[in-house]
Write a protein that binds this ligand. Structure first.
Ligand code: PEP
Ligand code: MN
Length: 692
């Protein structure tokens, strides 16, 4: 019966056979991709190769043309397949996510953040348990407390702009960006029944949702907009109320989950409304250099002309394109700004690492928030393509050109790079309020060894201010040789010190002894002192290096100048360039003085480093009658200032009584030093100085 037509079920069976064949071929393709991935594991070639992709597409389109198949259909299918292969290889290089990830987001189930977090996990082939939190701060709190592995928070929206609260959290906490995700926001209007829009009396949504649908809402003058905590919560509330005259603006997914009817899709003013999310973790996660990455950082520029431009030139000059620059006010520093900056690059790549080092030198403070696989790159034609051979060598005049030998004249040390004079010819000026420490200025920091009570610190503060001191000192956590000696007033003492400083208008410096004290102390103290005994407490150095506060680093009791500068490097390498060195005497065989003031260190440090260096004639001599002569000598040797202990009744001081100057002695010293020019002052911009 050869003329019998095959019936439809036969044809469908044949079609099913062809379809399984296609899937089988896709599986075969996947195995080849995996093999290529394993080869790339040991090489340096980027996993995404734009030229190779173009070749593959051209090849299959040519085959399609031969077979009379639509080239554009084949193009679309293969784009998807290639995208999947790249994701597969990236997953392989990143290492498969182990176990289920616990992920925090802000809002309730089905919020846009929830959807974005799920999309992020799906792309990584990871499983997760998602938990919604009331606020961004609570989501971050859960991350820092170790209750979740990741927090997915929105950072910017293409129509509403940056989400400032998230930027503030990034600045205030020890957080890292380990990924990003984008989500197309499609606002819908949903209600419990299919009612005419004219019958609506109230519309609930998150303020952002209401703002993004402002034009649509204007077309419904009888419906009153009402703010809600989040869009998914607004949808849930409408479902719970059951009132057909109330509607919510949210996602179609949320409406469906709560059994609402979508009255209108796509009601946002702009149809291209995307939100970018950052994926936060509590530790930095290095990413394989073959995965196209973005790096995010917080930058505070130096107090120099053209400082921001110089930083941007470092990035563009090293072939890194910037994808975002956001300026935010610096809390507690009126008319000063910090910048959030994103650029294409991976800190694990030598080229990017060298640029970051240069940036650290050019800026006052750099906090690298992380390098993470890029989602939204600016050059869609070459998504993620990296240069074939990343330049492993930085240009000769940058930091990589470290000489092999150590401490010779015109020397470069192998122990430190960023604090090396060879890396920066100009003196670093450390800004404390409007005071600049370093350069040609001479700054005097004075006050008691320890804060003892309110009257003592207030009286000393006023006296030293009236006699020309620029910074008020006072210890509150005291490193004492004996555990039975006075240990300082602790946090209560800090309160007294800060109050006394504010009262008389001087910034304050006090010693931080432990890692756990640093963040809290940085909120109120203007300069954090790392004492001689802690000069090589590397955890403490790293911790103050992460903070945006000037650090006074005293020389260790028996540390060489090279060790001291290497300790400063610990701080600077973390991003905080605001280090003031302090020579305070070293242990020698000589016992006529408490320590031996190594004044030659001032000359050596000024030659070897661009950091400012001051002298402490109090701890170095241990006896008040030697303080004034050594203060003079320090000035003559080229120090950038002094740290001096002063007490209203030195003989009654609870610590370092013998070396503390009386008010009279301090006044006499300062009047003699008055012949010396004071420190430079920063020009603080007037409120409207930026306006044309
Ligand atoms: C101090 O300045 O209070 C102090 C304890 O100094 P050092 O760390 O130099 O001994
Ligand atoms: Mn002291």
């Amino acid at each position: 019966m050869s003329d019998q037509q095959p019936d439809i079920s036969d044809l469908r069976r044949s079609l099913d056979g062809v379809d399984s064949g296609i899937v089988g071929l896709i599986a075969q393709r996947g195995r080849l991709i995996a093999e290529i991935g394993r080869l790339k594991e040991h090489g340096t070639s980027a996993i995404q190769d734009a030229d190779r992709e173009r070749q593959v597409l051209a090849g299959v389109e040519a085959v399609a043309a031969d077979l009379g198949v639509s080239a554009s259909l084949v193009h679309r299918i293969f784009r998807e397949l290639i995208g999947d292969s790249v994701a597969q290889q990236a997953r392989h290089l990143a290492g498969a996510a182990t176990g289920r990830l616990r992920v925090a987001f802000q809002g309730s189930a089905h919020a846009y953040s929830d959807a974005a977090a799920r999309k992020y996990l799906a792309a990584r082939g990871a499983e997760g348990d998602l938990a919604g939190y009331g606020t961004f701060g609570q989501a971050v709190g859960a991350l820092l407390a170790g209750e979740v592995d990741l927090a997915v928070l929105p950072i910017e929206n293409t129509s509403a702009g940056s989400i400032n609260e998230v930027y503030t959290l990034l600045r205030e906490h020890d957080l890292f960006i380990s990924g990003e995700e984008t989500w197309k926001v499609d606002h819908c209007l949903a209600a419990v029944q299919d009612v005419p829009l004219s019958s609506l009396s109230r519309i609930l949504s998150h303020p952002q949702g209401l703002e993004q649908c402002a034009q649509f809402l204007q077309s419904l003058p009888h419906a009153i907009p009402a703010s809600y905590l989040d869009t998914a919560g607004a949808v849930a509330a409408v479902a719970a109320m059951g009132d057909p005259s109330v509607a919510a603006i949210g996602s179609a997914e949320a409406a469906q989950a709560h059994g609402l009817v979508v009255l209108r899709h796509g009601i946002a003013d702009s149809q291209d409304n995307y939100t970018r999310f950052v994926v936060l973790s509590a530790a930095a996660t290095p990413v394989d250099v073959r995965i196209a990455c973005k790096t995010s950082l917080i930058l505070i520029t130096r107090h120099e002309e053209g400082a921001l431009l110089r930083c941007l030139e470092i990035l563009s000059g090293s072939g890194h394109s910037m994808t975002k620059l956001e300026s935010r006010p610096r809390p507690g520093r009126p008319w000063e700004y910090l910048f959030f900056l994103d650029f294409e690059g991976n800190a694990a790549e030598p080229r990017t690492a060298a640029a970051l080092d240069e940036l650290r030198l050019a800026a006052q403070y750099v906090k690298v928030l992380g390098s993470y696989p890029a989602k939204a790159l600016r050059h869609p034609a070459h998504p993620g393509s990296l240069p074939d051979a990343p330049a492993a060598e930085a240009p000769a005049d940058t930091l990589e050109a470290v000489a092999a030998d150590g401490a010779t004249a015109g020397h470069r040390s192998r122990q430190y790079r960023l604090v090396d004079r060879a890396s920066r010819a100009a003196d670093t000026l450390v800004q404390v309020g409007d005071l600049l420490v370093g350069g040609s200025g001479f700054a005097v920091m004075a006050g008691p060894c320890s804060v003892e009570n309110a009257e003592q610190i207030a009286a000393t503060a006023k006296f030293v201010r009236d006699h020309g001191a620029h910074v008020l000192r006072g210890g509150v956590f005291k490193p004492r040789t004996s555990p039975y000696a006075f240990q300082g007033l602790g946090w209560k003492g800090l309160e007294l010190l800060v109050a006394a400083g504010r009262e008389i208008g001087l910034p304050v410096v006090t010693e931080v002894m432990a890692v756990e004290q640093a963040q809290r102390m940085a909120k109120d103290a203007d300069i954090l002192q790392v004492g001689a005994r802690n000069m090589q407490n590397f955890d403490l150095l790293r911790e103050v290096g992460k903070l945006d506060r000037p650090v006074l680093l005293k020389r260790g009791l028996s540390s060489t100048i090279e060790e001291w500068l290497a300790a400063a490097e610990y701080i600077v390498a973390q991003g905080n360039q605001q280090v003031i060195l302090c020579e305070r005497g070293i242990r020698t065989f000589e016992n006529a003085t408490r320590n031996t003031l190594d004044l030659s260190a001032v000359a050596v440090v000024r030659e070897r480093s661009h950091l400012p260096v001051i002298v402490d004639p109090s701890h170095s001599t241990g006896q008040r009658r030697y303080v004034a002569p050594m203060a003079w000598a320090a000035r003559a040797a080229g120090a950038h200032g002094l740290l001096i202990e002063v007490h209203p009744a030195p003989e009654k001081a609870l610590s370092d009584a013998e070396q503390s100057l009386s008010f009279g002695e301090f006044a006499a010293l300062m009047s003699q030093l008055a012949a010396v020019p004071g420190p430079s002052r920063a020009t603080v911009k007037a409120p409207n100085a930026n306006l044309p």
